[in-house]
Write a protein that binds this ligand. Structure first.
Ligand code: JB8
Length: 274
């Protein structure tokens, strides 16, 4: 079955249609093209195995169904010396090593077409995300914004970071954002990319079955979530709040709102004052 399309861009220029049209294990009809839902994600790293968890759970299922086209690339494929070197000592001295520009240049060329080549591929480019503790903060709003983009690429740094000229050259070829998960330091970008991909991918329509569960959660409307309970009603002498057993839906909604306000004031007063 071939589904007709109404997207104004041609198939050959739409980055959302570069994947196979009929992933064999998809629950959608074979040959079914989708519009505005699937997203391409590329990750460049010297540790591709760090991204293995993205085969699991809801994100793995979305990949197998073709909702997410996630491709992980080994940066060392673009290091051509005998030791596949990706780092070198910093100019000006100082601690640690810096990632060399040449492998990054080649890896980005491979994504978007040759180095300043005319008409390579379709002209489509990804929004390049580079995790780093010196970046702008990643928030639920960042995840919402990025989830609307058709093509994201993530560059995972290691050591003391990537040669600054890579950021400069990339920014002349595609949108680039340096993004930080928070005010703490990791050993490299991979774990940050795992977090960002999960936060972004779960907002893509179809990835999470129950879309209402995306609305009723922390950070969706500026307050933390209310506490939740399930059976049994009494456990180790601890009772579920009586209101939740009352069947009074209005009173339950009021109680939950009050719990959200209290919890936000106690744990995240910054969310109430901003
Ligand atoms: C070297 O804390 B982070 C982070 C730390 C890093 C690199 C990338 C990200 C690369 N250290 O978000």
């Amino acid at each position: 079955m071939e589904v007709s399309c109404s997207c104004p861009s041609s198939r050959s220029s739409c980055p959302r249609l570069t994947r196979r049209p009929d992933a064999s294990s998809s629950t959608r009809p074979r040959g079914c093209w989708s519009w505005g839902t699937d997203v391409r994600l590329d990750v460049i790293t010297i540790f591709p195995d760090y991204l293995a968890p993205l085969d699991l759970s809801l994100i793995g299922k979305a990949r197998r169904e073709g909702l997410i086209d996630l491709r992980v690339h080994d940066l060392r494929e673009h290091a051509h010396d005998r030791h596949r070197t990706v780092d070198d000592t910093p100019y000006g001295g100082g601690a640690g090593m810096v990632m060399k520009p040449e492998p990054w240049g080649e890896a980005l060329d491979e994504l978007v077409g040759g180095h300043h080549e005319e008409g390579a591929e379709t002209g489509a480019v990804p929004h390049l995300i580079i995790p780093g503790p010196g970046g702008i903060p990643f928030t639920q709003q960042t995840a919402r914004d990025l989830a609307t983009e058709p093509w994201l690429a993530f560059a995972c740094g290691r050591y003391e970071g990537i040669d600054e000229r890579v950021y400069e050259e990339a920014a002349e070829r595609m949108p680039v954002s340096v993004i930080s998960l928070g005010d703490y330091v990791l050993n490299g970008g991979e774990v940050a990319v795992l977090s960002m991909v999960e936060a972004i991918a779960r907002l893509i329509p179809g990835v999470i079955g129950n879309e209402q569960s995306l609305v009723e959660e922390s950070h969706e409307d500026g307050l933390l979530e209310y506490p939740v309970y399930t059976k049994p009603a009494s456990w180790r002498g601890r009772e579920v709040p009586e209101i939740l057993l009352s069947g009074n839906h209005g009173a339950i909604a009021d109680w939950r709102h009050e719990q959200r306000l209290r919890r936000t004031a106690a744990r995240r007063p910054d969310l109430l004052s901003d």
